[in-house]
Ligand binder design. Structure first.
Ligand code: GRF
Length: 209
């Protein structure tokens, strides 16, 4: 059984997509063992509680420095015997201590096609504002393994989304979530659960079924 620890901070729509995929039987032998939020009252916590998934809050403000916060997160996830960490709208940067503890077992979703529109300051609606300002015609979403460098780990899956002429940032964000994020995140976890992801340097190879 693959045990997931999902890190959230906000709406939890990616968490919901993963919960629904597991419920439908799309992801074999996998369960969400815990949902950990960096903020009290996140809607993502409500989504987890509704289906009786254990929840925890690890609030960065309660810890003096990044290492203390990382250590608290590691301890919490180890309490639930988490095998794979899923960052889903998690708004805190994970430090080197955390990444080293879960080396190769942390995924993140980014609402753009890495290496475009990523790195420091590129998160949430800000990404879509910069996409629209740049005039590109195609954007999308990326699922990648997390390394110590922000948004730079080996890319697992990507999905393109067309930018429409009259898009507002909110319209574009919704389309990227619906047509890309909520599709490729469950797919990436399924591939991991099936043991089909092979990382060679910065390249992820998907082994045939
Ligand atoms: C989404 O744009 C996602 O790409 C980013 O955080 C935003 C909110 O995600 N990682 P969620 O609704 O909390 O899953």
């Amino acid at each position: 059984m693959l045990r997931l620890g999902v890190l959230v901070s906000g709406g939890g729509t990616n968490l919901q997509a993963i919960m629904d995929a597991i419920e439908r039987g799309d992801i074999p032998d996998t369960k969400i063992s815990v949902v950990v939020s960096s903020k009290e009252g996140a809607k993502a916590l409500t989504r987890a509680k509704k289906v009786k998934i254990p929840t925890e809050v690890v609030n960065k403000e309660h810890y003096g420095d990044v290492d203390a916060f990382d250590a608290a997160l590691v301890r919490t996830l180890q309490t639930y015997s988490v095998d794979l960490v899923i960052m889903a709208g998690f708004m805190s940067i994970l430090g080197p201590l955390f990444v080293r503890n879960f080396e190769g077992r942390i995924m993140n979703i980014h609402p753009a096609l890495i290496p475009s529109f990523c790195g420091e300051g590129f998160y949430g609606i800000k990404v879509h504002k910069k996409v629209l300002k740049s005039g590109v015609k195609v954007t999308g979403a990326t699922v990648h393994f997390v390394t110590e460098e922000v948004d730079a780990g080996p890319i697992i899956l990507q999905k393109p989304v067309m930018v429409q002429p009259f898009d507002t940032p909110e319209m574009l964000q919704q389309r990227v979530m619906e047509h890309a994020e909520w599709q490729i995140y469950p797919q990436a976890i399924k591939l991991y659960a099936e043991g089909r992801l092979q990382v060679e340097g910065n390249i992820v190879k998907i082994k045939q079924q």
